[in-house]
Write a protein that binds this ligand. Sequence first.
Ligand code: SF4
Length: 485
Amino acid sequence: MSNYTKEIGEVLRALKVEASGLEISNEIIGRRVITRVTTENGCLRKSSLARPDERRSSEINRLVKKNLYRLLVESAGVEEVPYGIMHGVRPTKIIQRWLREGFGVTSHGVIDRDKIVRRLMSDFLTERDKAQLLTEVALRQVPIIKRGEKKISVYVGIPFCKTRCLYCSFPSNVLPAEEVVENFMRALRRDVEAAAEAIERYGLEVETIYIGGGTPSALPEKFFAAMMELVHEKFWSAGVEEFTVECGRPDTITAEKISVMKKFSVTRVSVNPQTMHERTLEIIGRKHSVADVIRAFNQLRAAGIWQINMDLIIGLPGERLNDFKETLEKILELAPDDVTIHSLAIKRGSRLQKRLSDELNTLEDFNLPGDEEVRLMSEHAAKILRGENFYPYYLYRQGYMSGQIENVGWCRRGAEGIYNVEIMGERQTIIGVGAAASTKVPDHAAWKIWTAFNAKDLKTYMNDLERYITRREEILAQVYGGVEQ
Ligand code: SF4
């Protein structure tokens, strides 16, 4: 294989085409990209011209992908995929950039949706309904993403869960001995205090706080209360618009934890059933019941938690369209404010992927629904949710997703998870504390995003914490303190 290995790999993986037996080459002449694919049956050739209004290098990469995709689909009969050659995690960012540059905005300031949809279809070969979905989501995010540079979000990473889900690739640990949790809490305190000092030093205003993981509510009562108190004391102020706690596993939600969350002004909680079928919960290793979901939800509602999000997954082992329909119906009976529909991804680091790569199981053993069925589930979700007055407000994609579709957050009007939008937009500073947390500081003047990552591994995070704090301080100083790196 010649150059552009990454771009070629992305197309071949998306189209599920084996590279062996193919010789792929690209020739660049000025703004023209010529792609040739040679097989034992002969040579195919496609040529495209780069747009003059885009950065040349990214245009060349895009055309390498576009030429190859079109050759395989049009001349070799390979089946198209919904997102064409769009492979990034945050596709709506492309539209937001176009809007900032004035593309799709008329001279009267009116947004021309059709023009954006047409360009997505032509530049990235997406299906029309995906181009329309992306455009809808991107436009809904515009008023949320436009925030002042001093407004920031804070992410707190609590890396514990009660058990590990079959598909989980997060750096989550099954809750360890009390002594280890105590050590983690000590490290977290130091991390939080250092971040809070930096926030004060640079006059930053915390707009949203998001406690994720893991499952933060997996912490035993006393640690949960101490963690909440610490986060509230150091980051909360009357200016905080949204304070989210992920309580993904409903069996970790207790009356005591709910009252702690109320006390510390939490506005949004995630309860994640994933499915409302007991047999699937058992297969995926969730170790909670459908009754736990209903009990936890009702307890949160009764306590007056303003906004409740629920995550569902389509494409789970053994499930078909009718199973998903039942799940969605049961979820909507509870009337959540926000529903995120994920498509199962077989990610590196998950037990699922490991069992497959170690050949302990085959894909057939897990009885996964096919891509077409997963797409039907997604279409069903969209139809039902729209009928219930939900609209899509954030979207992201991952590698190896069933159906090659997307994860979409749906909410009722006014219930948008602001943090979800900000993290996808990458326009706002997000300060990360805790294990596996990342800090991202966009430098708008330099068109750059500075990043600092806390270790995913719990031990490394605790041992090397000072190093992570120093790196975070450096990138904050770079943007807010006028310090050159
Ligand atoms: S609840 Fe979430 S973080 Fe915890 S094991 Fe399951 S997928 Fe991973």
